[in-house]
Write a protein that binds this ligand. Structure first.
Ligand code: 5AD
Ligand code: FES
Length: 350
């Protein structure tokens, strides 16, 4: 095994921090032996905090309209072949009711940046959800908004917010997004969300076009510095109707290595094994758990809209109902020694 990489893994496991150069070295030396060593330490770091518990989040994809034009995403405004839909407040609440019966205690409302969902409408939905299920956490994942908007949503009762930073390198950000979108604004949003008292989820794609090891090292240093409560990472997967249609997907191996590193940076972080990981490998999510993840986010969206919320090609679970996904995941997790729990799944204090 590469001696320096092994030393860096030990250091990371002991100190939960590395210098930028060291992250880059580690990212460049993620061979099988190093990944195994990382995964072993990651599981050991997770064990005293979460044991073999897996938290589930019920994902409600409520709008496929998006005003943005990110080069990687199938929902981008320029994709005229994307079938758009919006769920009504009533449909969203019905999804949550169904989810509650199935044991979900966190609902994630995710959508494109859809101007139809004004603060007033979104706040009303959040309030109704919290009123119907006061023992549940509500997570929003609706992109960049103003600080005032975030403040209203928080005031309405939203507990958590997912906004992947996408890349911690401004030049890389500019190659993934059109000129109208700015890295500085995205980072400002994350700081605002944190200050307003949300539990915040950052994250990035693995193997996105133009990504270098130095970029990934910056992503890791950012996670170390910002200490988000959650971190969503998954492989980039091309979508046929985007400018990146012909770019290669991110790899299983690199994603697993990075999951382990992130667990070691912040042992109590909430770390999902993402749908994108399950898309590039039939056991992607199980392997994610074995690498240190502790969250899965099955889909609660109504069956008739699922196949329309396609950020990338080949997305799994588009033909399954909520109950099937829940059961399937429980089986998959049990199959590798993990237990899906009925719990809000807040970060446990270490
Ligand atoms: N492949 C993988 N992940 C993607 N996302 C968007 N498009 C893709 C893609 N083609 C991720 C982005 C975004 C999150 C909702 O999904 O990181 O923040
Ligand atoms: Fe949806 Fe397996 S998680 S079918």
């Amino acid at each position: 095994m590469d001696i320096r990489a092994a030393e860096l893994v030990d250091k990371l496991a002991g100190e939960h921090a590395l210098a930028l150069d060291d992250y880059e070295y580690l990212v460049e030396h993620l061979d099988e032996e190093v990944r195994d060593l990382l995964a072993e330490h990651a599981r050991a770091a997770r064990e005293p905090i979460y044991g073999h518990d897996v938290f589930v989040r019920g994902l409600i994809e409520f709008s496929s309209y998006c005003k943005n034009d990110c080069y990687y995403c199938g929902l981008r405004a320029s994709n005229a072949s994307c079938e758009r839909y919006r769920l009504t407040a009533g449909q969203i609440l019905a999804c949550a009711d169904r989810g509650y019966e199935l044991g979900f205690r966190t609902f994630v409302l995710q959508g494109g940046e859809d101007p139809r969902f004004t603060d007033e409408r979104l706040c009303a939905i959040v309030r109704a959800l919290k009123e119907a299920h006061p023992d549940c956490a509500v997570t929003l994942s609706v992109g960049e908004r103003t600080r005032e908007s975030y403040a209203r949503l928080r005031e309405a009762g939203a507990d958590r917010y997912l906004l992947r930073h996408e890349t911690a390198t401004p030049e890389h950000y500019a190659r993934l997004h059109p000129a109208g979108m700015s890295w500085e604004h995205r980072m400002q949003c994350l700081r605002d969300l944190r200050e307003l008292g949300f539990a915040v989820g950052a994250g990035f794609m693995v193997g996105s076009p133009f990504q270098t090891s130095a970029n990934l090292a910056r992503d890791l240093a950012f996670i170390q510095e910002f200490q988000p409560e959650m971190c969503g990472i998954g492989p980039f997967v091309p979508h046929h109707a985007t400018p990146f249609a012909n770019e290669p997907a991110g790899t299983l191996e690199q994603t697993l290595g990075l999951l382990s590193i992130i667990r070691l940076i912040k042992p109590n972080i909430l770390l999902p094994a993402t749908t994108a990981l399950g898309t590039i490998h039939p056991r992607g999510r199980e392997l994610g758990m074995e690498a240190g993840a502790n969250v899965v986010m099955p889909n609660l969206s109504p069956g008739d809209v699922r196949a329309k919320y396609l950020l990338y090609d080949g997305k799994i679970c588009t033909g399954d109902e909520a109950a099937e996904c829940r059961r399937c995941l429980e089986m998959r997790m049990a199959g590798c020694g993990y237990t899906v729990v009925t719990d809000r799944g807040d970060p446990r204090i270490v």
